[in-house]
Design a protein around this ligand. Structure first.
Ligand SMILES: *[C@@H]1O[C@H](CO)[C@@H](O)[C@H](O)[C@H]1NC(C)=O
Ligand SMILES: *[C@@H]1O[C@H](CO)[C@@H](O)[C@H](O)[C@H]1NC(C)=O
Ligand SMILES: *[C@@H]1O[C@H](CO)[C@@H](O)[C@H](O)[C@H]1NC(C)=O
Ligand SMILES: *[C@@H]1O[C@H](CO)[C@@H](O)[C@H](O)[C@H]1NC(C)=O
Ligand SMILES: *[C@@H]1O[C@H](CO)[C@@H](O)[C@H](O)[C@H]1NC(C)=O
Ligand SMILES: *[C@@H]1O[C@H](CO)[C@@H](O)[C@H](O)[C@H]1NC(C)=O
Ligand SMILES: *[C@@H]1O[C@H](CO)[C@@H](O)[C@H](O)[C@H]1NC(C)=O
Length: 736
């Protein structure tokens, strides 16, 4: 072989090596190995993780295969493994679950308008001891919303710190997490927020009161968090590439150890996931938080309105749906005159929108909101007509007009829109691939603002139905795909058109060329609903520091404002117990409490074996005949029963209520079943008396009958004349 030939051979060999090398690299993915409760000795757990990896990988082990060891609040690690190695890893002692690292995204959409919050509610001094942990894409610390004027030093219990970031007495902790792959070009390698989302969520939950904020003159008033005296701790696992499971879990690990009082998470899987509870980072993180008395409040997701789209299904966490705000608020917004005319052609010119089923003439038409023109004779309500479903609009009203629709539908289901001149698809999730008609209304211009104003006017001046809050179409719906007999979402909170602080380096429309930067911005999504619920929970905790996460959740659910089943055909699967009422939640009368033991019993009854549960709880708890808990018996403030068919059924729920109201009280049970229910409800006993606060009393709720509809909603109310403790009861056909 001549020299040339030799080189050629080397070249081939090099390619071969490169190929095989990259092949083996490709075969390795990032896995999370979850091992339950944390070890006392932190050093030991890391060396244990290394030994486990050496055991499985043998000679292929290199130190960089271990990406991270979780050791503060729970035990586990992140490693590069092949599928086969992951399977073998799962067989090792002490391993609860092994699952691949997945991407998550922020649960935001972008919209308009604005919400106001009452400023004069009663508060306690303890509010400033409450620390809200926000797991998101960081924070913009210079915002007026996070000014620390008047704040003392952090509460003594606080163990957190600030990483590459200057904290103050308002933002008392800030950390960032990124263990896998390179940073993106736009990423700020610190807890600072370059996108606005984390700033928005943190200020909605616990931002200071900032007056006269305004978004390009559209909304003006005061932007403020629900608990403005509370402290904020920021955990940033989200980057331009998304939010890795492994990093979110790292954020939980730190936040729990640092001593936050509540965790707020406005993000979720990029695709709807139905993992079992121990392959699900939200369930795992929230479980260990719950063990330390920390409630985790999460966004239900923006994958609605289809059923089974909630990804946060664990009973120990709070899943929050997004409702519209009280429309009456808008009547205070001053508007121009009469009908607003708008040209689709112009719209297209501005935004490049493709509304190609219509012949776009350079002509203006009156604008009307679909929700204000239901075809009632055809049996459609305004929720359906807001979606502009075929025949749902009143032809006489919409003919020759441009109809604003809550747009997530495909053209086929819309039909000819009852003679309308055109439609505007108001899509709340422009980034969501499922919504093919994602209209870039995200690009909010002044013209756009005029359009919105007219929308506001139309909505606030017509039809009683449209005044009531309803669940946004994007908000994920139940039932719970993992445990159908546990209701999800839990409740609803405002998540449409929320004004809050923003990152001033981010353009308001997410469009690079858009020069308009702002310190406050208006957003929609379950991302925005979540921090409202977080703040409500923090508010309760400031009055009742000793309440468990389950008690706080119960207080929020049993006092929630009922929502309309007419406006929300998915009923409880859209809104859970209803829309939060933080003030009422302070004094719920009774709570449905639950602790780790209750959840472990529930897991025993759902196929999680003793060995794994032992790792999780770090005690000798065993699954036995007696603690083989059924979902029906988990002590939740809601009742859900999945029913096979229209043949007769029966179900029995066991519950225990704890008196947190008056020392002596007598409660009577009342079930209100909405027609046409064909079920009989029996509460036993149906009168319960208490002689002291803290006392517990048990009862059973039995239901039998036949189901003649897909979803049947009823309520159980315990009433002592002062407190009405209300729980939803949902009977449903799982295949609806
Ligand atoms: C701290 O943040 C700056 C940018 O804000 C970044 O350039 C730097 O690399 C970060 N330092 C560390 C240690 O991560
Ligand atoms: C808004 O509604 C009020 C009351 O019906 C009406 O007087 C006003 O002209 C309307 N403005 C617009 C822009 O539609
Ligand atoms: C559309 O109409 C407006 C006035 O009604 C006119 O100023 C504009 O030039 C027209 N645009 C086109 C592309 O015809
Ligand atoms: C209402 O809907 C029905 C079909 O359900 C349709 O036949 C009728 O034309 C609609 N009425 C109006 C006024 O649009
Ligand atoms: C949970 O509460 C029950 C009583 O309701 C109690 O027996 C049990 O010890 C508690 N478990 C934990 C882990 O606190
Ligand atoms: C529903 O049907 C399945 C099998 O078809 C059965 O195992 C289960 O017990 C039924 N559940 C109820 C509540 O009747
Ligand atoms: C309830 O009873 C306890 C002990 O008897 C007493 O200390 C407490 O003040 C009472 N609380 C109320 C609200 O009456």
């Amino acid at each position: 072989m001549n020299f040339h030939g030799f080189c050629y051979l080397l070249h081939i060999l090099a390619w071969f090596l490169l190929l095989t090398h990259s092949y083996s690299d490709d075969g390795r993915k990032t896995y999370i190995v979850y091992m339950g409760d944390h070890q006392k000795d932190v050093e030991l757990s890391e060396s244990l993780h290394i030994r486990m990896l050496q055991n499985i990988l043998g000679s292929k082990y290199t130190p960089d295969t271990l990406l991270h060891s979780y050791k503060k609040s729970f035990n586990g690690f992140v490693a590069k493994l092949t599928e086969e190695e992951a399977v073998r890893m799962e067989g090792l002692d002490g391993v609860v679950s092994v699952f691949q690292n997945k991407k998550n995204e922020l649960h935001t959409t972008r919209s308009w308008d604005f919400i106001g919050l009452s400023q004069t509610v009663k508060r306690t001094n303890t509010e400033s001891n409450i620390i809200v942990g926000v797991i998101d894409n960081g924070i913009w610390p210079e915002s007026d919303s996070f000014d620390d004027q008047g704040f003392g030093p952090p509460p003594q219990k606080w163990k957190g710190s600030c990483q590459n970031f200057t904290c103050n007495n308002k933002i008392i902790g800030a950390k960032y997490f990124h263990m896998n792959g390179p940073y993106g070009k736009e990423d700020l390698i610190s807890p600072r927020d370059s996108k606005g989302h984390g700033t928005h969520c943190a200020s909605t939950a616990a931002g200071n009161s900032v007056e006269f904020t305004s978004f390009f003159g559209l909304a003006s008033g005061t932007a403020r968090g629900g608990v403005p005296s509370a402290r904020i701790a920021v955990y940033k696992p989200c980057w331009s590439s998304g939010c890795d499971d492994a990093d979110i879990l790292h954020a939980f690990d730190e936040a729990i150890e640092d001593g936050v009082d509540i965790i707020s998470l406005s993000l979720g899987p990029t695709e709807v996931q139905h993992n079992n509870y121990f392959n699900d980072i939200f369930a795992i993180g929230a479980f260990h938080a719950m063990k330390k008395g920390i409630l985790t409040s999460t966004s239900a997701g923006n994958s609605g309105p289809e059923f089974y789209t909630v990804s946060k299904n664990a009973p120990w966490l709070l899943s929050v749906a997004a409702s519209t705000i009280d429309r009456k608020f808008f009547t205070s917004v001053q508007l121009g005159d009469g009908t607003v005319y708008i040209s689709l052609y112009k719209f297209k010119e501005f935004y490049g929108v493709s509304v190609n089923t219509f012949d776009l003439k350079n002509k203006s038409y009156p604008l009307i909101y679909g929700g204000n023109a239901p075809n009632t004779t055809g049996g459609f309500n305004s929720f359906r007509s807001s979606l502009c479903l075929e025949n749902s609009l009143d032809e006489n009203v919409v003919k020759g007009k441009i109809v604003l629709c809550d747009g997530f539908l495909d053209p086929a289901s819309v039909g000819l829109v009852s003679g309308a001149a055109g439609i505007l698809l108001r899509s709340s999730t422009p980034k969501d691939n499922a919504f093919t008609f994602a209209l870039p209304a995200v690009h909010l211009s002044l013209e756009d603002g005029a359009l919105i104003q007219s929308y506001i006017n139309l909505t606030s001046n017509e039809g009683k139905d449209s005044l009531a809050p309803y669940i946004a179409s994007f908000s994920s719906r139940g039932p719970n795909a993992i445990t159908p007999n546990i209701l999800k979402p839990d409740l609803a909170a405002p998540g449409v058109d929320i004004l809050a602080a923003w990152s001033p380096i981010m353009s308001v429309s997410d469009v690079k060329e858009d020069e308009r930067k702002t310190k406050y911005s208006i957003n929609s999504g379950t991302s925005m609903a979540c921090p409202h619920a977080t703040a409500a929970a923090a508010y309760i905790k400031s009055f009742h520091p000793d309440w468990s996460p389950a008690a706080i959740k119960s207080a929020l659910m049993t006092t929630a404002t009922p929502m309309s089943v007419q406006l929300n055909p998915e009923a409880e699967f859209a809104y859970g117990a209803g829309q939060i009422n933080p003030i009422k939640a302070l004094n719920p009368g009774l709570v449905y409490d639950a602790n780790e033991t209750d959840y472990v019993n529930f897991l025993c009854g759902h196929g999680y074996d003793t060995k794994k549960l032992k790792s999780i709880t770090k005690d000798s708890s065993k699954c036995t005949q007696t603690n083989n808990g059924m979902a029906l018996d988990l002590n939740l403030p809601s009742f859900a029963l999945s029913i096979n068919s229209s043949t007769p059924f029966h179900g029995t729920f066991h519950r225990t209520v704890t008196n947190v109201g008056s020392n002596t009280s007598t409660y009577k049970a009342r079930v209100t079943a909405l027609p046409p229910s064909l079920s009989n409800f029996k509460v036993e006993p149906d009168v319960i008396s208490f002689s002291s606060v803290g006392q517990k009393k048990s009862f059973t709720l039995s239901i039998e009958g036949t189901l003649n509809v897909e979803i049947s909603s009823s309520f159980l109310i315990w009433d002592d004349g002062t407190f009405q403790v209300r729980s939803p009861i949902v009977l449903f056909l799982p295949q609806m």
